[in-house]
Design a protein around this ligand. Sequence first.
Ligand code: GUN
Length: 280
Amino acid sequence: MTATILDGKALAQKIRNEIKEKVKQLDPKPGLGVILVGENPASQVYVRGKEKACQEAGFISKKIAPDKDISQAGLMKIVDELNQDNEIHGFIVQLPLPKHLDAQFIIDSILPSKDADGFSPVSLGNMLINNNKILPATPKGIMRLLEEYKINLEGMHAVVIGRSNIVGKPISLLLQQKNATVTMCHSRTKDLKKITKEADLIVAAVGKAKMITQGMVKKGVIIIDVGMNRDENNKLCGDVDFENVKEIASFITPVPGGVGPLTIAMLLENTLECYALSNK
Ligand code: GUN
């Protein structure tokens, strides 16, 4: 048996086409702001992808790219300006921020109605009490992908590896909302293999190339790989040893072309949700 590939790229394109059609009817156009501090190369690539997606969908996009040495007060001023900018319906602060900046304080200052990333305590708190509003893009994209392939999570044992605020914590809540039994694992988990061997579904969001091997999973497992790493040949790869694990999994996301493209599609969708909130 070899796994069905969960084609995030194709689903993301379909969603982006639908958004583009919707935006044709809208006036004014939805606007997404992106704050990119400094010159982190990975962040630059992500932000370029987000801007390109905005242009293609007919959104207005505004990138503000201050120097890496900007002060906390300077960055706060930019956030305040975007909070008040009527052309910008949602905006994000690309993470990570340079160490001297208090990222949480900055995120706390984004108006919840403009929080296109769904990272604010209000957005995340609403999810915690099953009152979903704007959801973080990557976990939202994973749920959309599972839905697209009609994967019923009811009663499944889902194992989430990684406990970040961006992926691990929110995806564990969303899986639980769909009646999966969720185990969260992280860097201090003892005997990870014992737990992953029991999993019906694994979400790997660690950032360690190919750390989930065939011997760690059971036959028929569903694999969602959020990792974006470089292997020994500098080739992009996930947290899962795709070539070997796909031989025994039932479904698996590739890297690239799995979860990544959906993150951008969901950011556009979130911006549309912010747009709708602005018209209320
Ligand atoms: N850094 C890595 N992923 C993300 C994301 O989805 N949003 C932001 N703002 N920063 C990130």
